[in-house]
Design a protein around this ligand. Structure first.
Ligand code: Z5A
Length: 218
């Protein structure tokens, strides 16, 4: 049986990580073989790239183009080393961010040419595309508050996060990008309000995922 590939998208602090772990637990209890991963990262090479992108003390001067290529270098490795083999083995792959993040953050947020962004993504992923993308929507203020709440933890580790240092206009453009992506591909990208209780979002996600599980059954 061919596996399933589900991606999770949205702005910072929208609850993706929390929900991935709950969904993985539920799927495993239902007897499914599940693989969870995050972008950028998910492989040894990808995690090194993640550090460079986010936390390296020397990354202040990174250009938007370098950022675009590094995100997709990490992705090219993850797709070939982990995602494709897992799908081929019939596993359910849950990925915290995938190429829609690049369109939203580097395309809309950094305002790089969208056609160029798309062509780089195409190189990184080839025909590996998600079966379903869950887009978590939360208001900017909630996202900002959750971002600020973890600053002390980062400071304790003597870390900073370059990606989170962008201004409000950047995050507003990211949100606009996500809405444009969802409007262009409503079948694949299912958006929902993620401001409610964790259990409410969890139930909404299960409604969307469950039909896909039955898909391959006779
Ligand atoms: N990026 C990019 O620019 N281009 C790309 O192509 C890719 C990524 C792939 C990755 O950051 C950064 O890279 C990201 C986009 C960029 N940057 N920015 N800026 P990351 O991997 O470190 O983090 P993230 O993906 O942005 O996720 P996150 O901020 O860690 O949040 P989350 O996973 O969506 O949420 P969470 O960790 O589950 O929850 C956040 C907090 O809220 C936590 O304390 C929870 O307990 C709480 N929470 C969760 N759900 C709820 C509800 N329902 N109510 C109340 N509180 C809740």
């Amino acid at each position: 049986m061919k596996g399933l590939f589900i991606t999770f998208e949205g702005t910072e602090g929208s609850g993706k990580t929390t929900q991935i772990s709950l969904l993985a637990e539920r799927l495993r209890s239902a007897g499914c073989s599940v693989r969870t991963m995050r972008e950028p990262g998910g492989t040894l090479i990808g995690e090194e790239i993640r550090h460079t992108l986010k936390h390296s003390p020397d990354n202040h001067a990174m250009t938007a183009e370098a950022e675009l290529l590094l995100m997709n270098a990490s992705r090219a490795q993850l797709v070939r080393e982990v995602i494709r083999p897992a799908i081929a083995a019939g596993e359910i792959v849950l990925c915290d961010r995938f190429y829609d993040s690049t369109t939203a953050y580097q395309g809309y947020g950094r305002q790089l040419d969208l056609r160029m962004v798309k062509s780089i993504i195409d190189v990184a992923v080839g025909d590996t595309r998600p079966d379903l993308t869950l887009l978590f929507l939360i208001p900017q203020e909630v996202s900002e508050a959750r971002r600020l709440a973890r600053q002390p933890t980062l400071a304790l580790r003597f870390q900073r996060d370059r990606m989170e240092e962008a201004d409000r206009g950047f995050f507003e453009r990211v949100e606009e990008g996500y809405l444009a992506i969802a409007a262009a591909e409503p079948q694949r990208v299912r958006q929902f309000d993620a401001t409610g209780e964790v259990a409410v979002t969890q139930a909404a996600i299960w409604e969307l995922v469950q039909p896909l599980l039955a898909r391959d059954k006779p």
